[in-house]
Design a protein around this ligand. Structure first.
Ligand code: AR6
Length: 338
């Protein structure tokens, strides 16, 4: 998955480079800076002494010392002063300069803390948004796996209104599904259904189902009646949408190598988050999303918070996978992409 949001202590990440939220002296400090210096050992401070100062929005690189990474990239975020002093641009520059340095040093995996979102006071939800937007912009032209590391639960807030909206949406659907007793469900399924005019409608039966395909006389015959596979539907939809493969897998937060596998294997069975990620990238409405999922052997149900959150975003016409992932993360669900 090109962008991943994870909950961890960044000093424990096993990646090519971790990024430090430093101050212009590069001489260490509190927060994540202190944790990195403690874990890396005194050799890091010694190396930093030769680097000189680092202006806001810029980045410098050192070795990883005692950490599990090859490099530490030190960047200096803006101090939040209300948002009218170019804080956002400076923060974007921190991510860009750090990623460029990582690229120059051949890094394939990089982990960022939420720069400026601690002692420097940048509002956390906005800091996260800048992080995700900047990283996804960089990944449009570069292949890399980038982790955004959230240290504690308090560091994570999606917009409060969005959180409440989704919570309500989940409550309405999740509760309904679970409140109904087994008996009443049984009763309902056995009762003849009435339409709005009160006349009895046929229960779900052959009357309503689409005409079945003629029964195959042999297994061989049956195999010839196979429907379009997941990968065939995906490739067809990409063409119909007039997208390139790269536009689609990037928008789906899917790794290029995985996409080539899917492209070359007609019978590829993706995981559910991967299948949904493609449906989101293609901006499919709910019924087509369900159809695509079915081809991979999955369904969307109201018995799962994950599914309800996906449904919420599709119904609201919001197909931004990174915003969906922020919400999934806030509700402790697995993320979309692969
Ligand atoms: N792993 C991942 N994230 C962490 C960790 C950790 N071990 N520890 C803290 N965070 P901050 P800033 C999160 O204050 O706002 C230093 O003194 C934390 O929850 O470390 O850019 C420097 O020397 C928060 O979300 O950095 C500077 O003087 C995020 O890291 C100043 O602080 C950033 O919080 C920089 O302030």
């Amino acid at each position: 998955m090109p962008i991943q949001i994870v909950r961890n202590d960044i000093t424990k990440m096993e990646v090519d480079a971790i990024v430090n939220a430093a101050n212009p002296t590069l001489m260490g400090g509190g927060g994540v800076d202190g944790a990195i210096h403690r874990a890396a050992g005194p050799g890091l401070l010694e190396e930093c002494m030769h680097l000189g100062r680092c202006p806001e929005g810029e980045a410098k690189i050192t070795g990883g010392h005692n950490l599990h990474c090859k490099y530490i990239i030190h960047t200096v975020g803006p101090i939040w002063e209300g948002g009218k002093y170019g804080e956002k641009e400076t923060l974007e520059s921190c991510y860009m300069r750090s990623l460029e340095l990582a690229k120059e040093h051949g890094c394939e995996t990089v982990a960022f803390p939420l720069i400026s979102a601690g002692a420097y006071g940048y509002p956390r939800a906005e800091a996260l948004r800048v992080a995700i937007d900047s990283v996804s912009r960089f990944l449009e032209d570069n292949d890399m796996t980038v982790y955004i590391v959230i240290f504690d639960r308090a560091s994570f807030e999606i917009g409060e209104k969005l959180f409440r909206d989704i919570e309500e949406y989940i409550d309405d659907r999740y509760a309904d599904e679970h409140a109904e007793s087994r008996e009443s469900r049984l009763l309902r399924s056995e009762m003849p259904r009435k339409n709005i005019f009160g006349s009895i409608m046929p229960t779900a039966s052959a009357d309503m189902a689409p005409a079945p395909k003629p029964a195959a006389s042999s297994l061989d015959e049956a195999m010839k009646q196979l429907d379009e596979s997941f990968s065939e539907m995906l490739l067809r939809k990409i063409d119909e949408e007039g997208m390139t493969d790269a536009q689609c897998y990037k928008k789906a937060n899917i790794d290029r190598k995985l996409f080539s596998k899917i492209r070359s294997d007609k019978n590829y069975r993706p995981s559910k988050p991967t299948a949904i990620a493609f449906a989101i990238a293609l901006e499919l409405p709910l019924d087509e999303t369900r159809e695509m999922l079915e081809k991979a052997g999955f369904a969307l149900s109201h018995a799962s918070k994950f599914d309800i959150i996906i449904e919420y975003f599709i119904e609201h016409g919001n197909y931004n996978i990174f915003e969906i992932n922020e919400a999934l993360f806030a509700f402790d669900q697995s993320l979309l992409g692969a």
